[in-house]
Design a binder for this molecule. Structure first.
Ligand code: GLN
Length: 477
């Protein structure tokens, strides 16, 4: 096995036993990036020089016995997350030259352990998209089939882990951006509960939905990273002060007797891929054979999730993205007056999809339309939240497919905005409700494309979500 292919658990063991050094793993990852990034386009920026320097620091830490879970482990970060002194474009040209003066809180926590930042991963610009085709730095290709999309918006993060260019990645999920690409690329991705992980330093998209979480090769790795990045942060007032459990220990708890809900609405979608349906139904049988009770449940407002999402998100977007105007930072277009600086910088610096969202959001919030669109969407959002609250009185967890189809072809949905939005039909409801959810790879289609199983838990029950994920992963291997 090559060093870049190791999981966190395997790398930790080898590093601790001095079988190899942090420098060795870092060089193996950088080599893989050189070999593959031209084809896959997972990274927008690679920090070769600083990564080698950080590897040396990690090896020094290990030599003096200062060892944490992530000391010496190379990772990648979605480009919409700020990294100190390291270019962070958000995949939008308006921030082409932006170098943040600080690390996002989650990144600070990871780097404090002596993990090695390899580079910044490609994504749909500022998180807007489900295929990575809205990046202004070109699309990311799926490592399992280069003609297909990686998913989005965190496609570069998912592809970088799936293609073993790094050991794990940190990404952002507003309405599926961690889970959907994780599922398309065959890796594990967690969207934590809203309020569990600090968003300080994450480029904001829709503040009432934005979350940040890990993408890893295994559930055990995910538990390690999530334990480190979770917790209250005075710099993000939405973070909760609840205790962060020792997720790695929870993984070994038996799942026997857990009640697992299967929402019927997630299997009745028009155009759902029949192979995915069969694979997921078989997995549910496996879960039953592990001693869980399977319960058919209903989340009746599921069908409103996409319309609600595409009103609330653009509305919040139109406000959040107002800060990107070419004045205080980022790329300023050449222009004669202030008004033209704003309009030209934004016209040149945002891709079409971002402009579309800003226009929809500005419209939905405008006087006379606010009640009809934004307020109504918020009311339906409450109904969606109540669906989840009600169902979690009956069951411990929910399982669904992550996506209605496997990774689609590049260009297939690019000009069909609605069908692109519908790709998120299973991942947006839990995002709207703020509950934790995770995608784990379970099987491949006949064409060799990964299929993800989606596990949804009650608020702040990430540990239980991982517990089931771990049991399924063990069963599969
Ligand atoms: N596909 C969703 C969107 O375009 C995902 C966004 C996200 O989670 N960042 O809004």
């Amino acid at each position: 096995m090559l060093l870049n292919e190791l999981t966190i658990t395997q790398a930790r063991e080898g590093l601790d036993k001095k079988k190899f050094s942090a420098m060795d793993i870092t060089k193996a990852c950088l080599h893989r990036i050189k070999e593959r990034n031209e084809k896959i386009n997972a990274f927008i920026t690679v920090f070769e020089e600083t990564a080698l320097h950080e590897a040396q620091i990690a090896d020094d830490m290990i030599a003096r016995g200062e060892i944490y879970d992530l000391t010496g482990i190379p990772f990648s970060v979605k480009d919409a997350i700020c990294t100190k002194d390291s270019r962070s474009t958000g995949a939008g040209k308006i921030l082409d030259d932006y170098v943040p003066p600080y690390d996002a809180t989650v990144i600070k926590k990871i780097r404090k352990q002596g993990a090695i930042l390899l580079g910044k991963t490609n994504c749909d610009a500022f998180g807007h998209g489900a295929s990575n085709e809205n990046s202004m730095y070109g699309p990311v290709r799926n490592p399992h089939d280069l003609e297909r999309v990686s998913g989005g918006s965190s496609g570069g993060s998912a592809a970088s882990v799936a293609d073993n260019m790094c050991v794990f990645s940190i990404a952002e999920d507003t309405g599926g951006s961690i889970r959907q690409p994780a599922s398309f690329c065959g890796v594990v991705g967690l969207r934590p509960s809203y309020g569990r992980n600090s968003r300080y330093g994450i480029m904001p998209m829709a503040s009432s939905l934005d979350t940040v979480g890990p993408i890893t090769k295994t559930v055990a790795d995910l538990a390690v990273v999530q334990r480190i990045i979770a917790g209250h942060d005075i710099k993000d007032s939405t973070t909760v002060t609840n205790n962060v459990p020792e997720y790695s220990q929870l993984l070994h708890k038996s799942i026997e007797g857990l009640k697992i809900g299967v929402p019927k609405e997630y299997f009745e979608i028009d155009g759902m891929d029949s192979e995915i349906k069969t694979i997921i139904k078989n997995k549910i049988k496996n879960i039953e054979s592990l001693g869980c009770e399977i319960v058919s449940v209903s989340l009746p407002h599921t069908k409103y999730a996409i319309p609600v999402y595409y009103l609330i998100v653009p509305s919040e977007d139109s406000s959040n993205l107002g800060r990107l105007d070419g004045i205080r930072y980022g790329v300023q277009a050449e222009a004669q007056n202030l008004h033209d600086i704003y309009t030209k910088s934004r016209a040149q610096g945002f891709p079409e999809e971002v402009k579309r969202r800003i226009m929809i959001g500005t419209y939905a919030l405008s006087s006379g339309y606010y009640d009809a669109y934004y307020r109504k969407a918020q009311k339906v959002r409450t109904l969606i939240c109540q669906d989840f609250e009600r169902v979690f009185e009956q069951v411990d967890l929910l399982v669904t497919p992550t996506n209605p189809s496997p990774a689609f072809k590049l260009g297939e949905k690019k000009d069909d905005v609605l069908s692109m939005y519908l790709a998120d039909v299973f991942v947006s409801p839990s995002a709207i409700a703020g509950v934790p959810s995770m995608s784990i790879p379970v099987e491949k289609t006949k064409k060799g494309l990964p299929v993800g199983l989606h596990i949804i838990g009650p608020r702040l029950f990430e540990g239980r979500v991982m517990q089931l994920g771990y049991a399924i992963e063990k069963f599969n291997n």
